[in-house]
Design a protein around this ligand. Sequence first.
Ligand SMILES: [Zn+2]
Length: 97
Amino acid sequence: MNHRRNNMRLDCPHCGAFARIRSSQTPSPLYREAVVECQSLECGWRGKIGLEFICTLTPSQKPSPEIRLPVSEVVRKNILGQLTLELPEAANARRTP
Ligand SMILES: [Zn+2]
């Protein structure tokens, strides 16, 4: 069976050729590490990358109580903007005392 383990494309930082993710580790739910190999035979670079989950853009419908991720600044402002909007009935009620 041919599993495609990921679709993320990485370029070698030295020569710019395609670099393949060989193996990955999960030290914590919000941080991953992986060994990366440049696919250019003339280059041959190998290295390690770290991937960190940094914020929430759309909240999970199945949230884990252990995961504490800040909501992105843009999303936060959007939600706050919606919360301060008045209902049309409330605005009308105030105009006619
Ligand atoms: Zn390279």
